[in-house]
Design a protein around this ligand. Sequence first.
Ligand code: GTP
Ligand code: MG
Ligand code: ZN
Length: 288
Amino acid sequence: MRKGRIVKLIGGVYTVLDEEGKRHELKPRGKFRHRKISPKVGDVAYLDEHSITDIEERTSDLDRPPIANVERAILVNSAKEPPFSSFLLDRFLLMIEAEGIEPIIVVNKVDLLQDAEREKLEKELAYYETFYHVLFLSAKTKEGLDRLDALLAGKVSVFAGQTGTGKSSILNVLDSSLSLKVGDISKALGRGRHTTRHVELVSMGEGLVADTPGFSKLDLPDLEPEEVSHHYPDLFDISHNCRFRGCTHMEEPGCAVKKAVAGGEVPKRRYENYRRIVEEIIERPKRY
Ligand SMILES: Nc1nc2c(ncn2[C@@H]2O[C@H](COP(=O)(O)OP(=O)(O)OP(=O)(O)O)[C@@H](O)[C@H]2O)c(=O)[nH]1
Ligand SMILES: [Mg+2]
Ligand SMILES: [Zn+2]
């Protein structure tokens, strides 16, 4: 049986790249309709002449953007236009961490910053560098792109982020033969329109990278309030010293996280973002 990787899905038609580098346009076999899962980009698929007959078990599985089996998520933020938001970054990190995928933080468009603005943003992100790769980039001046290129080598990665942050632009600089469509920023900001319309995996050196449509809103993963900090590398380490097991670090007495925030070890902003996320999880309707 032939095996390959699903690299694209448009209008119900899947493009599968087989092990010999040949592309096939296929539909899934009918049996997928009776199952809860349907194939998605990133899946390792088995195929016959006409259809996808089966897919392998996934090592990771994201719904937004819809992609399976990625090892790294390049979280593309922009320094300006749209403005940098640590709240969005923290939500993003939670979503990726909860799927067991390694996040890489990118701040694109640094060419738009004045020196003082840049200094301020670097300061704000210094804390994250303890736990993650943080890359300041410009698709325009090409600053920082070599470092990103090195992180993509030999891996399956996905570019994800708000619409208009420059995901497609960065990929175009990394590989000029891609010619991905790039948006008009004034339109993107005004109406939250996406330029990229589908998820597509492309070869990049020895690795694979997916460009994805940007989003304007980000769902939170299906977690209980006390589970949220398990996916924060910083808060999780500190939480071993909380008085109560299952501490949500909200109102409980003897909370080591709150103490660390008061002592300045954890930035206030990071904790405030955490609280907003937990509050949102507490308030959202239960899913069954
Ligand atoms: N100044 C500056 N502008 C940039 C940079 N990178 C991208 N842009 C501009 O930002 C706008 C959006 O870029 P895209 O690459 O289409 O953004 P995207 O993240 O792919 O957007 P979606 O496909 O809608 O999710 C375009 O007008 C780009 O020219 C950069 O480093 N500096
Ligand atoms: Mg795009
Ligand atoms: Zn606590």
